[in-house]
Design a protein around this ligand. Structure first.
Ligand code: ADP
Length: 766
C-alpha cells in the first residue's frame, strides 16, 4: 500500500466507527435544537455511512453494483458531503435556515450529477457527441459535471464565509469565523486529493475536517487566534533576538580567544561567557516585555484604574456629567470606540413587565434608542442574577439565550455594543454600562471583564445618588407645575366668586324694591277695614305679607354676604350692652319660642362692661345664632345664652374680651363639619327638606346665617366657632356656638354710654 494509494478495508471500518463515535459525542454534548448541531450530526452520519459502504465495497459485499459505480462511490459521497457542508456553513453563519425548498434546490443538481454519472438504468448513450477528431463520452461529461458541482458548492460556502467575515466587527464573532477558513481549505484539499486519486491523504483530511467541525461546534469560547498568532510571533522575535545575543557573545569570545594564547585564552572565553550569562536573563526578560507591549496593544494596571475611577466619579450628582465621566474613563482605560451608561427602571404595567433602559445622554455621545428587557427574558435574568458582564457573543450563541425575544435581540444588536455590565444598588438593578468594540479590534479578555465589573460596582453608589437627585428635581418640577396650575385654578375661582358675589349683589338690590312694595301694600291691605272684616281675605293678605317678609329677610342676608365678600361691611362701632341686645332679640322671638315650647335662659353677668360694636351687625349675629338654636332643637328643648368676660391673658384675641355662648339641646353637629357650616350656602341635609318657616324644627334655610355670623364677628376682630359632641337626632346632644369679641375696636367711632338697641317687632333686621 502506497501512502497515496487506496487504503486497506479496515481503514474504512475504523473510520466509520470513528464517525459513529463523533456522532455520539455531538448528540451527547450539544443542543439538538440548534440547526448547526443537527447539520453536524447529518455530516458525521453521512460520513459514517460512506465509510461503511467503502468498507463493504472493499470486502466484496457490494457485488450487485456495477464496478464503475463502485469506483466512483467516494466521489458521490464527497458531493453529498459538500452539499451538507454548505448547509452546515449556513447554519454556522446563522444566516437563517435555507428552508425545505433551499435544501431540495441544492439536492437537485447533486442528484442529477449522481444519476448522470452512475446511469442506474443504463439507458443513457455512452457517446454524447462525436466529431471527426474528438469524442465526448457520457462518463467523461458526468465526471466533469460531478467536479464542477462539487467545486460550486465549496465556492459558495467560501464566498458566504468571506462575506460574513467582512461584515462582522465583533472580535469574538470574527474569531469564531476565522476557524472556518482552515476548515474550508482542508475540505477543499481533501476533495481535491480524492479526485486526484491521492486516496489515503484525502480520507485522512476528511477525518481532520470532521474533528475540526466538531470542535468549533461544541466549543463556545474558542481560543483567540489573534492572541495565539501574537504569542507565536512574540516567541519567534524573542528567539531571533536571543540567538543574535548569544551569537554576538560567541563571536566576541571567538575573537578574543583567537587573539590570546595559553591560559589567557581560557579566561578570556570564560569572561565573555560569564558576561553573556549575567546579561542574558534580564535582557531576555526586557525583550519579552518590549515585544509583548508592541504586539498586544493596551496594558493597564487594574487596581490603579479602579482607584482613579472611583476618585473621579465620587461626589458627582449630575446624571449627564456622571455618564460622561464613566464612559470617558472606561474609554481611556480599555481603549473602546464607544460606550453608554443606561438608566434602568422597573416597569410593572398591565402590558409590560420588565426593565426599561434609557440612555443617559451627554454631549459628544451618540444617541441610543430606549430598550426594554422583560422580567422573564434570559438577558434580564442573567444580568440581575449573575451580576456579571454579558457579551453580545454569548447572547448570540449560548443556548441559554435562545429564548430571548425578537425585539430585545433587535435592540441589543442595534446598540452595536460588545459587553453589557449590570449596575446594582441594594439588589435593585439601576443601570447598565455598555461598551462597544475596542480600537485595537481586540476582544474583551477575562481580566477586562473583571475590570469592567469592578468599575460597574464602583458606579453603583454614584448612580444611585444621581438618580435620587434627578428624581427630586423632577418631583420638584412637578410640584411647581401643580402649584402653578393650582394657582391658576384659584385665580379662576376667585374671579368666578367675585362674579357670583356681584350677581348676588345686583339681583338682591333689584329684588329688594319690589319686595318692599309687596310688603308695604300687604301691610296697608291688612289695615284696611274691608279686608279685616273678611277673614278669608285677611288670611290671604296675611300670607302674602309673611311670605314677603321672609323673602325680604333672605334678600337682606344675600346682600350681607355680598358685602362681607367684598369687604364692604359698613360698621359703626359704638359702646353697646350685650345682655340687653340679646334680651331684645329674644323678646322679638317670643312667639316662636312659645310655638315650639322652647325655654330660653340667659345667664348675664351683672358687671359685664359695654363692648364696642356695630349694633345692627351684632344683632344679626345673635339673631342668626338664636334662630338656628330654635330651628335645630326639638319642641320642648332649651336654648341658653351665657356671657362671660375673658381677660386679655386668657383670650385668643390677646385683649380683654367678652365671650357669648349660645347653646341648645338640639340635634348637634358632627365634628367634621363644625368648621364647614360657616361657609356660605353650606347646609346639612337634603335641599328638598327646605321649608319657608324659619323657626320650624329642622326647617332648613339658604345656608347663609353662619357665614354672615362669621363675616360680621371677624369684621369686629372677633372669633366664632361651634362645639358639639356630634350629630344625633335621637339623643339630641346639643350644640354650642362661641362668639368671642374684643371689648374695644381699633377704630371706634365714638365712646360713651351704652346705646339702647332697637329691634323691629317682627324680628326683621335692617
Ligand atoms: P341655614 O340657613 O341652613 O340654617 P346656617 O348657615 O345658619 O344655614 O347653618 C348652616 C348649617 O349648620 C345648617 O344647615 C345646620 O345643619 C347647621 N347648624 C347651624 N346651627 C345649628 C345648631 N344650633 N344645631 C345644629 N345644627 C346647626
Amino acid at each position: 500500500m502506497s501512502i497515496v494509494g487506496q487504503p486497506p478495508a479496515y481503514f474504512f471500518l475504523a473510520s466509520s466507527i470513528f464517525f459513529i463515535l463523533v456522532t455520539g459525542l455531538a448528540i451527547w454534548k450539544s443542543n439538538l435544537r440548534l440547526p448547526v448541531t443537527r447539520l453536524l450530526i447529518a455530516y458525521t452520519l453521512l460520513s459514517a455511512s460512506l465509510f461503511y459502504l467503502l468498507y463493504f465495497r472493499d470486502i466484496g459485499y457490494l457485488w450487485m453494483f456495477r464496478p464503475d459505480v463502485l469506483v466512483n462511490l467516494p466521489f458521490y459521497g464527497m458531493l453529498l458531503l459538500a452539499w451538507v457542508f454548505l448547509g452546515y456553513t449556513l447554519a454556522f453563519l446563522r444566516t437563517g435556515a435555507p428552508g425545505l425548498r433551499g435544501w431540495w434546490a441544492g439536492l437537485l443538481p447533486v442528484t442529477a450529477a449522481l444519476l448522470f454519472d452512475s446511469d442506474p438504468l443504463r439507458n443513457l448513450a455512452d457517446v454524447l457527441w462525436r466529431s471527426p477528431t474528438q469524442v465526448l463520452t457520457r462518463s467523461a461529461a458526468a465526471w466533469y459535471t460531478l467536479q464542477a458541482i462539487w467545486a460550486l458548492l465549496i465556492a459558495v460556502a467560501t464566498l458566504l464565509v468571506l462575506r460574513r467575515y467582512a461584515q462582522t466587527v465583533q472580535p469574538l464573532h470574527r474569531n469564531r469565523l476565522k476557524y472556518l477558513f482552515p476548515i474550508l481549505a482542508i475540505q477543499t484539499g481533501s476533495g481535491w486529493m480524492l479526485l486526484a486519486n491521492y486516496s489515503l491523504p484525502g480520507y485522512s483530511l476528511h477525518l481532520l475536517v470532521t474533528l475540526l467541525i466538531l470542535n468549533i461546534s461544541l466549543t463556545h469560547s474558542l481560543p483567540d487566534l489573534r492572541k495565539i498568532s501574537r504569542q507565536i510571533l512574540s516567541y519567534i522575535i524573542v528567539t531571533v533576538l536571543s540567538t543574535v545575543l548569544l551569537g554576538a557573545g560567541f563571536l566576541v569570545a571567538w575573537n578574543l580567544t583567537k587573539s590570546t594564547t595559553g591560559s589567557n585564552q581560557f579566561w578570556a572565553g570564560a569572561a565573555v561567557v560569564g558576561v553573556v550569562a549575567i546579561l542574558f536573563t534580564p535582557l531576555l526578560a526586557l525583550i519579552r516585555r518590549l515585544v509583548d507591549r508592541l504586539l498586544s496593544g493596551s496594558r493597564y494596571d487594574a487596581a490603579q484604574a479602579v482607584r482613579e475611577y472611583s476618585h473621579s466619579i465620587s461626589n458627582i450628582l449630575d446624571m449627564e456629567l456622571l455618564a460622561a465621566i464613566v464612559v470617558g474613563s472606561v474609554r481611556e482605560t480599555l481603549h473602546i470606540k464607544r460606550g453608554h451608561l443606561a438608566l434602568v427602571e422597573r416597569v410593572e404595567e398591565a402590558g409590560e413587565k420588565g426593565y426599561r433602559l434609557r440612555d443617559i445622554h451627554f454631549e459628544g455621545n451618540g444617541d441610543l434608542r430606549p430598550g426594554f428587557l422583560s422580567f422573564t427574558g434570559p438577558v434580564a435574568a442573567y444580568l440581575v442574577q449573575e451580576r456579571h458582564p454579558l457579551t453580545q457573543y454569548d447572547i448570540d450563541l449560548l443556548p441559554r439565550f435562545q429564548t430571548t425575544g425578537k425585539d430585545e435581540l433587535k435592540w441589543l444588536v442595534s446598540t452595536g455594543m460588545d459587553v453589557y455590565i449590570p449596575i446594582l444598588a441594594h439588589d435593585e438593578w439601576i443601570g447598565l454600562l455598555m461598551v462597544g468594540p475596542r480600537t485595537s479590534g481586540d476582544r474583551y479578555y477575562e481580566q477586562d471583564l473583571g475590570l469592567l465589573s469592578a468599575l460597574a460596582s464602583q458606579t453603583a453608589v454614584s448612580l444611585e445618588n444621581a438618580r435620587l437627585v434627578r428624581h427630586l428635581v423632577e418631583l420638584n418640577n412637578e410640584v411647581q407645575q401643580a402649584y402653578n396650575e393650582l394657582n391658576r385654578a384659584n385665580q379662576q375661582l376667585e374671579r368666578l366668586d367675585r362674579v357670583k358675589t356681584d350677581f348676588i349683589n345686583i339681583a338682591s338690590h333689584e329684588l329688594r324694591t319690589p319686595i318692599t312694595l309687596v310688603m308695604g301694600y300687604s301691610e296697608m291691605l291688612l289695615g284696611d277695614a274691608a279686608i279685616q272684616e273678611n277673614p278669608y281675605y285677611s288670611q290671604m293678605v296675611g300670607g302674602i305679607r309673611s311670605g314677603s317678609v321672609r323673602l325680604h329677610e333672605i334678600v337682606d342676608s344675600l346682600l350681607d354676604i355680598a358685602k362681607i365678600d367684598n369687604r364692604a361691611l359698613d360698621l359703626a362701632p359704638k359702646a353697646i350692652s350685650l345682655p340687653s341686645l340679646i334680651r331684645n332679640i329674644h323678646g322679638g322671638m317670643e312667639k316662636a319660642f312659645a310655638e315650639r315650647s322652647l325655654s330660653f335662659d340667659t345667664i348675664e353677668l351683672t358687671n359685664l362692661p359695654a363692648i364696642e360694636a356695630d349694633v345692627d351687625a351684632l344683632q344679626k349675629v345673635f339673631y342668626h345664632l338664636i334662630v338656628n338654636a330654635v330651628k335645630y332643637t326639638p319642641d320642648g328643648g332649651k336654648v341658653k345664652v351665657m356671657e362671660r368676660l375673658v381677660p386679655a391673658d386668657k383670650s385668643d384675641l390677646g385683649q380683654d374680651s367678652v365671650e357669648v355662648i349660645v347653646s341648645d339641646t338640639g340635634i348637634g353637629i358632627a365634628p367634621e363639619i363644625q368648621e364647614l357650616i360657616f361657609t356660605k350656602f353650606y347646609q346639612t341635609g337634603p335641599v328638598n327638606l327646605h321649608s319657608s318657616g324659619k323657626t320650624k324644627f329642622k326647617g332648613g334655610g339658604p345656608g347663609l346665617g353662619l357665614a354672615i355670623v362669621r363675616g360680621i364677628v371677624e369684621a369686629h376682630n372677633g372669633k366664632v366657632w361651634a362645639e358639639s359632641p356630634g350629630h344625633d337626632e335621637a339623643a339630641f346632644p346639643g350644640s354650642q356656638f362661641h362668639v368671642l369679641l374684643p371689648l374695644r375696636q381699633p377704630l371706634a367711632a365714638e365712646e360713651g354710654e351704652p346705646q339702647p338697641v332697637m329691634v323691629v317687632s317682627d324680628g326683621l333686621m335692617r
